[in-house]
Design a protein around this ligand. Structure first.
Ligand SMILES: Cc1cc2nc3c(=O)[nH]c(=O)nc-3n(C[C@H](O)[C@H](O)[C@H](O)COP(=O)(O)O)c2cc1C
Length: 237
């Protein structure tokens, strides 16, 4: 079977790990695979915290309600949506474009303009006032033109960023599997305390998942994997 498909089909949420060292080389490959995931406007609106030291892992595992995958993992990756990173990311892409010969001045200017419009369009503004105005304007525009709706509130922005962040999570887990490392995605954590522990602000950050990582404990037996049948999941139009 194709190696990528093999990793996809073999991956399971492993609940008990045995202690192993994850080398720096493997760690880098896994994290690189995560950040190569596609993201809306290439905004990569997330930050991954690799928690590998014994002391910090113990704290984070406790904040994951002491779940077994967290307690036994070799590393825990806290995946955080970061809606405060957008301006810096587009600035950094702009600098990257300026340093390359493939992009004409016109193309760079066009990117700069689009990034500026995007930033304004995605801003909810103080007390969400700009968001409400935007919602009204787009609602009216939608009456005569097919155009969708940009995120209009901070909540919308978190939801928008979570889509891209989730793709990075899946890339990370499949890459780990391909490299012989098992994972367990977890949403069972105390988000408020975990944000505080990482020194992050709920205004810009939201924890999407904590991913436990390690080698499956040799005595751990996975339950059979169940999925809804294809026809219950897919509509072919
Ligand atoms: C968003 C999300 C949250 C999850 N949260 C937890 C969790 O907190 N604890 C846990 O043990 N497993 C968690 N899981 C793992 C699921 O239970 C598991 O993926 C599912 O039962 C299917 O099993 P499989 O991944 O082995 O096919 C989570 C999975 C996802 C995608």
């Amino acid at each position: 079977m194709n190696v990528i498909l093999e990793a996809i089909f073999k991956r399971r949420a492993v609940k008990v790990f045995e202690p192993v060292e994850i080398s720096e080389g493997i760690r880098e490959q896994i994290l690189n695979a995560a950040r190569h995931a596609p993201s809306s406007f290439n905004s990569q609106p997330y930050r991954l915290y690799w928690v590998g030291s014994t002391a910090q892992k113990a704290v984070v595992a406790k904040l994951c309600m002491g779940q077994m995958p967290a307690e036994t993992a070799s590393a825990l990756i806290v995946v955080v949506v970061d809606i405060g990173s957008l301006a810096a990311t587009s600035q950094s892409q702009l600098e990257w474009m300026r340093g390359r010969t493939e992009f004409s001045e016109a193309r760079i200017r066009n990117y700069e303009r689009t990034a500026k419009i995007g930033r304004i369009l995605f801003m909810p503004g103080p007390f969400g006032i700009f968001g409400a105005v935007k919602r009204g304007i787009f609602w009216l525009l939608n009456l005569w033109k097919v155009m969708g709706m940009p995120p209009t509130s901070r909540q919308d922005l978190f939801k928008w960023a979570t889509k891209s962040t989730s793709l990075a999570c899946e890339n990370l887990m499949i890459a780990a599997e391909a490299l012989g490392i098992n994972t367990c995605p977890m949403e069972g954590f105390d988000g408020r305390r975990l944000l505080k522990y990482l020194g992050l602000s709920a205004r810009y950050h939201e924890i999407v998942l904590v991913i436990a990582m390690g080698k499956k404990w040799q005595n751990y037996v996975e339950p059979p994997q169940w999925r809804r049948p294809l026809h219950a999941t897919v509509s072919i139009l």
